[in-house]
Design a protein around this ligand. Structure first.
Ligand SMILES: Cc1ncc(COP(=O)(O)O)c(C=O)c1O
Length: 397
């Protein structure tokens, strides 16, 4: 008899975004010029000074195992960043460096949740959250937010979903897929409920340096006394420094949680890539001019995207205060015929837009919210212009 899969295999659904990705790939292989707005990664090259730091690391022999939780120099540089720039006093032992923020999220959830626990996840949410929670044996409790409330979890909705089993709240500001940035006062109100209920928080702040139009990122753990002990802050270099392929993310947690996450990592993956760690020091502690230059590009693209969405028939969008996504409400087009096909869902919308107009978007249902399509503006203005021209014609039926 063939080897059977463990029960755990039933906990993970194949990503709904895969259908889009494989279809886009198939079309590209046929030679079709697909306008790809599905990608969640900056199109820029990793800045020169960071590349150089990696080359220096290779040449000077930094190519061996490192301590599993990361090299002390990087952990210190990250701790300094939180202490000096974010007002979160942090010791290097509280920082665990992992193979990307996704790995940090997995380790953080493994550290503090398990069977019998509930984890509150406001929707729309980043695709991996619910499956990562399920993998630990805990139960995701999805709380739907609406466009009318700016896709923000209210303190009342948080309170209404608390049970004696609630262990954690997962927050993500700026958000993927909506780009929503909570205001400080809104996070303070959530922090008060968290403290009152005695639950923990995983605050995914990976887009912390990508905010626009006066929106301010907030390090959630700093908001109230006693919050840092019950918060795990997640971030990394992928988005800010255009370093998605280098696989460096981190968690900042209480010393005891961090210690367990380090021990877990020592059994699971050992250290993140040594060369990438040295490059990440240059990213975090080196000159930040390239970040400003990329930010300026994102700012222009966002303005262009918002202008073009405003011109689309019966499409609305909450203006993203951060990240590089526009979460477009396309629900008015469901039930209509577009590109010669009756559109019955947001998945139909995205698959038909890909097949007929050659635009790759990601359906809202992949993020737990039906009726939307996420467009990434981590791509150049020319491609955006062609994409919106194509989308406009597609929506005219
Ligand atoms: C909200 C959010 N968290 C975490 C990640 C993972 O980042 P990394 O590339 O560092 O694993 C992403 C990447 O898309 C993201 O959008």
């Amino acid at each position: 008899m063939a080897l059977t899969l463990a029960e755990r295999s039933k906990l993970i659904a194949p990503s709904a975004t895969l259908a889009m990705a494989s279809e886009a790939k198939r079309l590209k292989a046929e030679g079709i010029d697909v306008l790809d707005f599905a990608l969640g990664e900056p199109d820029f090259k990793t800045p020169e000074n960071i590349q150089e730091a990696a080359i220096r690391a290779i040449k000077s022999g930094q190519t061996h195992y490192t301590p599993p939780a990361g090299i002390p120099e990087l952990r210190q540089a990250i701790a300094d960043h939180y202490t000096k720039a974010c007002g979160l006093p942090t010791q290097a032992v509280q920082v665990i460096v992992s193979n990307g923020a996704k790995h940090s999220l997995h380790n953080a959830l493994m550290a503090v949740t398990g069977p019998g626990d509930e984890v509150i996840i406001p929707a729309p949410y980043w695709v991996s959250y619910s499956d990562l929670v399920k993998l630990t044996g805990a139960t995701p409790v999805i709380v739907q937010t609406t466009e009318a409330e700016g896709f923000k979890l209210s303190p009342a909705a948080l309170r209404a979903n608390l049970t004696p089993r609630t262990k954690l709240l997962m927050l993500n500001s700026p958000s993927n897929p909506t780009g929503v940035v909570y205001e400080r006062a809104e996070l303070e109100a959530l922090a008060d409920v968290v403290l009152e209920a005695g639950i923990g928080v995983i605050s995914d702040e990976i887009y912390e340096q990508l905010t626009y139009g006066g929106a301010e990122p907030t390090v959630f753990a700093t908001l109230r006394p006693g919050l840092a002990e019950r918060t795990i802050t997640i971030s990394g270099v992928s988005k800010t420094y255009a370093m998605t392929g280098w696989r460096i993310g981190w968690a900042v947690a209480s010393a005891s949680v961090a210690k367990f996450m380090g021990d877990l990592q020592s059994q699971e993956t050992s250290n993140p890539c040594s060369v990438s760690q040295w490059a990440a020091i240059e990213a975090v502690a080196g000159p930040q001019e390239s970040v400003k230059a990329m930010h300026a590009q994102f700012t222009k693209r966002r303005a262009y995207v918002l202008e073009r969405i405003a011109g689309l028939p019966e499409v609305t969008c909450v203006a993203p205060g951060g990240a590089f996504y526009a979460f477009m409400n396309i629900s008015k087009h469901i039930g209509r015929e577009l590109g010669g096909k009756l559109i019955k869902s947001d998945t139909d919308f995205c698959l038909t837009a890909l097949a007929k107009a050659h635009i790759a978007l990601v359906m809202g249902s992949a993020f737990g919210t039906e009726g939307y399509a996420r467009l990434s503006f981590a791509t150049d203005l020319k491609t955006l212009e062609r994409g919106f021209d194509a989308l406009e014609s597609f929506l005219k039926g």
